[in-house]
Ligand binder design. Structure first.
Ligand code: MSP
Length: 516
């Protein structure tokens, strides 16, 4: 049985509204999922919410409601955003669900019985917003190295997980598995971190300090540390310790997509947890960069979040997805500005793609009564052949970058094809062909354009599912794009002569570029 292509996003904290950073990972995961599905693979795409921990308890406290009611009220906002962005996930895990809690407790018990956990008095410097203890050796001032806020001194009894036991093993594993941490800059970062001795991980919190968490089964006074609980979502949702068949089909997953700030839990704690459980590791943890505003990074704690819902309402989901996937190579940091988004909208989407479709459909109506004309043997000249050659290489030009999650380069390859179609219109000048009465050659030219647009719509589906489906419909295709096969990008001539084109409507009507 072929293994399912399993891809995950982080599970998001629900202490505030979803923002552009959350949207980014889910769009990338949706894109790769749709791509693999069109290529015929069984896909399982997991996203969800991280609902325990101090931050959530604090946010609920500020609203004056209990934690469960608070998280229940926020989760639908995430669901609504995913719907607005056409994020076709297969499962949505919430860490407050029983199916998750059971697995976390099962794992704790197993690690405890195995001697990987121990109880100890702990005195340390703690960052409340980041929920992280910092060993004094890593501090020069008593300020959090991640968020730069003052640390609090805390003394308490907690359970620890023996990370140190596995340090050498982890180093060798990362050395031997080049694909485990990507991009390679992140791999270097984590290898460097592992040059110093690993401290054991404090994985519980006393209920006297925080009670909003999963109960530790062998200690009445403790709840589980939120990161230890959260990472387990990737296997609890896959049926670990509950549904063996399902778990074997899904695990190990292909990709954990994460932001670069949560690299350490995913490439140090998590692989060690899996190793301690005798489970194989995910193939790749891929850490993407951060979107920053000209003035610095966007984050909930800075209060300068970019509201994805507002942007989708103004520019549509396709333009928003396109911008995030195209503007910056996945893995690098990007600078976000609405002006850049609006320019991409008008230039790439409105001019290059939208106008090409409108012109082609108008010519089909005007010269061929709205039906796809047949190509003729005459259309075997250099110009027409250049379209077929470009179509022939498109698949390969997309496959290599998609295998590296380089969405931007894959889109650039599609845009080269679209630009070639635009040049083809200029060079063949169909309006002159019509005037000169060269109807047979004209038919071939329009056929090449319609067929080229069919290929473009299919190629674009993983990136802009909504716009691609609208293109598909306007071309008069009656099959479902969702069920199409990506292989059809490679076949020339699938659009049917005689087929009636659909209703014409502008894909990306021009908008005014805001001055930023
Ligand atoms: N709950 C943890 C993840 C647990 S996964 C087992 C968490 N949640 S979060 O809501 O704070 O952040 C989730 C993701 O959003 C992170 O991957 C983070 O990198 C990403 N982003 C937050 N702001 C971002 C940008 N401005 N740009 C890109 N991604 C950013 O961490």
């Amino acid at each position: 049985m072929e293994k399912t292509f399993y891809v995950t996003t982080p599970i998001y904290y629900v202490n505030a509204e979803p923002h552009i950073g959350h949207a980014y990972t889910n769009i990338a995961a949706d894109c790769i999922s749709r791509y693999e599905r069109l290529r015929g693979r069984e896909v399982f795409f997991l996203t969800g919410t991280d609902e325990h921990g101090q931050k959530i308890a604090q946010a609920a406290g500020e609203k004056g409601i209990d934690e469960q009611s608070f998280v229940d009220a926020v989760v639908p906002r995430f669901n609504a955003l995913w719907e607005k962005l056409s994020i076709a996930y297969s499962d949505f895990i919430r860490t407050t669900q029983d199916r998750h809690i059971r697995v976390v407790q099962h794992i704790l018990r197993r690690l405890y019985d195995k001697g990987d956990l121990y109880l100890e008095n702990y005195e340390g410097w703690y960052c409340v917003p980041c929920e992280t203890f910092w060993p004094e050796t890593q501090l020069t001032e008593m300020i959090c190295p991640d968020c730069q806020r003052p640390l609090e001194k805390i003394v308490e009894e907690n359970f620890f997980f023996r990370l140190s036991r596995y340090q050498q093993w982890l180093r060798s594993y990362i050395e031997e598995h080049e694909e485990f941490v990507l991009p390679s800059s992140r791999r270097n970062e984590i290898m460097k971190f592992l040059e110093n001795p690993l401290s054991d991980l404090c994985i519980t919190r006393p209920k006297t300090r925080i009670s909003w968490g999963i109960d530790v089964p062998f200690s009445k006074g403790h709840v589980v540390y939120v990161w230890f609980d959260a990472l387990i979502n990737y296997i609890s949702a896959a049926g670990f310790a509950a549904d063996e068949d399902r778990f074997n089909r899904l695990w190990p997953c292909e990709y954990h997509l994460i932001g670069k700030d949560i690299l350490r839990p995913h490439t140090v704690y998590w692989p060690i947890m899996l190793r301690a459980l005798d489970l194989p590791l995910p193939r790749t943890v891929f850490a993407h960069g951060w979107w920053q505003l000209a003035g610095g990074k966007i984050s909930k704690s800075k209060g300068n979040v970019v509201d994805p819902i507002a942007l989708v309402e103004r520019y549509g989901q396709d333009a928003f997805r396109y911008f995030l996937l195209r503007d910056v190579r996945f893995g690098l940091d990007g600078v976000y500005s609405e002006e850049a988004l609006a320019r991409r909208y008008n230039n790439d989407l409105g001019n290059d793609l939208g106008n090409l479709l409108q012109r082609t459909l108008t010519m089909t109506e005007k010269y061929f009564e709205g039906r796809v004309p047949a190509s003729a043997p005459k259309n075997d000249d250099d110009l027409c052949r250049s379209v077929r050659t470009a179509q022939g290489v498109l698949w390969g030009a997309m496959e290599a970058p998609m295998n590296q999650l380089n969405f931007s380069e894959a889109l650039t390859a599609i845009w080269s094809f679209i630009s070639l179609l635009n040049r083809f219109v200029e060079e063949t000048a169909p309006w002159s062909l019509a005037k000169e009465g060269k109807k047979e050659y004209l038919a071939g030219v329009v056929f090449h354009l319609l067929e080229g647009l069919r290929v473009a719509a299919l190629a674009l589906f993983p990136f802009m599912p909504n716009a691609a489906a609208r293109m598909w419909g306007q071309l008069g295709m009656t099959t479902s794009l969702e069920k199409a096969s990506y292989n059809d990008i490679r076949s020339w001539g699938l659009i049917q002569p005689g087929q009636r084109i659909g209703e014409k409507e502008p894909l990306f009507p021009r908008i005014t570029v805001p001055e930023c």
